[in-house]
Write a protein that binds this ligand. Structure first.
Ligand SMILES: Cc1ncc(COP(=O)(O)O)c(C=O)c1O
Length: 429
C-alpha cells in the first residue's frame, strides 16, 4: 500500500512536479463510499473575534498586501489542508486516504530522496566534531568529508550558527562563481553573487530596488510563476504582460515584447525590467540561443534590466534542447558589464536536488554601477544574511562531485534515475 504511494510520487517528481499546475492528487481508498466533502471540518474551530473589535481590519491594512495574489498557495491548498486534517481526525471520512500536493514543485514532499553527498556535507558542517571520529570514515563518503573540511575552513570560526557576510560566505561565493565560470565559459565575480534564502527573496529584492510607483512596469510572461505577479503587486508596480505562444511550444516572440512595451508606454508606464523564466514554469519551454540573443538585444536597446529566472537550468528533458544562461549569451554577443544590466536567479529548490525546504539560492548581479550595488547590499543587510545550510547547498549545487570522485555517481535511488554532471560523458556503471 505504502509502496504504491511512493511509486506514484516517484513518477510525479520525476516528470511533472517540478513545474507548477494547480493540481492536488487525491489518492482513493480501495472501497469506501463516495463522500468527497464532509459537513464538518477543521473550519469548525471556535470563530475568531469580529474584526470590528480588533485594531487591524481589511480596511486598514496595506492595500498592496490585499492586491497581492499567490495562487499556488491559495484556496485549493487551504481546502486540501482542511481535508487532510479531517483525514487525520476521522480516518476513512473521505474516499481517499492521502493528498499529494502537486500545486508547487516540491519533489521531496512526494518521495524524492535527497542527494546523499549534499546531505552528508551538510551534516558534517553542522556537527564538525564528528569529523575527527574514526567511525565517521565508515559512515560518510571520503569526498563528503573532504568537502566538509574545505567548507568549514571557509567559514569564520567554523561556526555554521553564526551570521555571515550579508552577501553570503565569501569562500562559498568563490565556489559558486567558479561553477558559473565552468558552466558558461565566461568569468564570474564572487562579489556579484548575493546568496539568498531561495530565489524568491532575491526576486523581491530586485522588485524593491526597481519599483518606485505604480507607474513602473515589469514585463512578465503569461503564463507565469505567480511569484512575479505577487511581488510586483506587493511592491506597488505594474505588471506588463507578454504572452507566450503555445502554438510554437510556448515560444517568446520579440515582436510580442515590442507590442506590449509600446502598449505600456502609451498608458504612461515606464518599463523597468523584463522577466524571463528559462527553462519555463509552468510551460517547460527551453529558449533557443537565437531567441535569447533577440531578447538580450531588446533589453539593451530599451534599457531594461533582464531578470533571468534560471532556477530550472537542470530541468531540461528534451535531448535536443540545452540550457544556456542569459549571461553566457550576452557575453558571447560581446556585451559586457557596461552594455546590459542582468540578474540571474538560481535556487537549490529545483534541478535534480529539489532541496526546497533548505531555502538556498543566489542572484548574480551584473551591469550595475558600484553605487547601485551598495544599495542592493544595504537591502541584503537588512536581512542580516541568508541561512548557512542554504548557502552551503548553493555552493554544492554549483560545484557537484567531479568525475572520479566517489560521490560522482550520487544516485537518487528513490527516483530510479542516474544523475551525472551535465556536459560530461555518462560514467560507466
Ligand atoms: C520559476 C520559479 N522561480 C522561482 C521559484 C522560487 O524558488 P525558491 O524560492 O524555492 O528558490 C520557483 C518555485 O517554484 C519557480 O518555479
Amino acid at each position: 500500500m505504502r509502496r504504491s504511494v511512493i511509486g506514484s510520487a516517484k513518477a510525479l517528481s520525476n516528470r511533472s512536479c517540478q513545474n507548477h499546475w494547480n493540481v492536488l492528487l487525491l489518492r482513493p481508498l480501495a472501497s469506501s463510499p463516495s463522500r468527497f466533502l464532509s459537513s464538518t471540518s477543521v473550519l469548525d474551530s471556535p470563530p475568531p473575534p469580529p474584526s470590528s473589535m480588533l485594531p487591524v481590519s481589511l480596511d486598514n491594512i496595506n492595500p498592496k498586501v490585499l492586491k497581492c495574489e499567490y495562487a499556488v498557495r491559495g484556496e485549493i491548498v487551504t481546502l486540501a489542508q482542511a481535508l487532510q486534517e479531517e483525514l487525520k481526525s476521522k480516518p476513512g471520512s473521505h474516499p481517499f486516504d492521502e493528498i499529494l500536493y502537486c500545486n508547487i514543485g516540491n519533489p521531496q514532499s512526494l518521495g524524492q530522496q535527497p542527494i546523499t553527498f549534499f546531505r552528508e556535507v551538510l551534516a558534517l558542517c553542522d556537527h564538525p566534531s564528528i569529523l575527527d571520529r574514526s567511525e565517521t570514515q565508515g559512515l560518510f563518503s571520503a569526498d563528503a568529508i573532504e568537502r566538509a573540511w574545505q567548507i568549514l575552513d571557509q567559514i569564520p570560526g567554523r561556526a555554521t550558527g553564526a551570521y555571515s557576510h550579508s552577501q553570503g560566505i565569501k569562500g562559498l561565493r568563490d565556489t559558486i562563481a567558479a561553477g558559473i565560470e565552468a558552466r558558461d565559459g565566461f568569468p564570474a565575480d564572487p562579489n556579484d553573487i548575493f546568496l539568498t534564502d531561495g530565489a524568491s527573496p532575491a526576486v523581491h529584492m530586485m522588485m524593491q530596488l526597481l519599483i518606485r510607483s505604480e507607474k513602473d512596469g515589469i514585463l512578465c510572461p503569461i503564463p507565469q510563476y505567480p511569484l512575479y505577479s505577487a511581488s510586483i503587486a506587493l511592491h506597488g508596480g505594474a505588471l506588463v504582460p507578454y504572452y507566450l505562444d503555445e502554438a510554437t511550444g510556448w515560444g517568446l516572440e520579440v515582436s510580442e515584447l515590442k507590442k506590449q512595451l509600446a502598449d505600456a508606454k502609451s498608458k504612461g508606464i515606464t518599463p523597468r525590467a523584463l522577466v524571463v523564466i528559462n527553462p519555463g514554469n509552468p510551460t517547460g519551454q527551453v529558449l533557443a540561443e537565437d531567441n535569447q540573443r533577440g531578447i538580450v538585444e531588446f533589453c539593451k536597446q530599451e534599457g531594461l534590466v533582464l531578470l533571468a529566472d534560471e532556477v530550472y537550468q537542470e530541468n531540461v528533458y528534451v535531448p535536443e534542447k540545452k540550457f544556456d544562461s542569459f549571461k553566457k549569451v550576452a557575453r558571447s554577443m560581446g556585451y559586457g558589464e557596461k552594455d546590459i544590466s542582468l540578474v540571474s536567479f538560481q535556487s537549490v529548490s529545483k534541478g535534480y536536488y529539489g532541496e526546497c525546504g533548505k531555502r538556498g539560492g543566489y542572484m548574480e548581479v551584473t551591469g550595475f554601477g558600484p553605487e547601485i550595488r551598495e544599495q542592493i547590499y544595504k537591502v541584503a543587510s537588512v536581512n542580516l544574511c541568508s541561512n548557512i545550510s542554504g548557502q552551503i547547498l548553493a555552493s554544492l549545487v554549483m560545484s557537484p562531485p567531479k568525475v572520479n570522485f566517489f560521490s560522482y555517481l550520487f544516485v537518487s535511488y528513490a527516483c530510479d534515475i542516474w544523475i551525472y554532471n551535465p556536459g560530461l560523458d555518462q560514467p560507466k556503471l
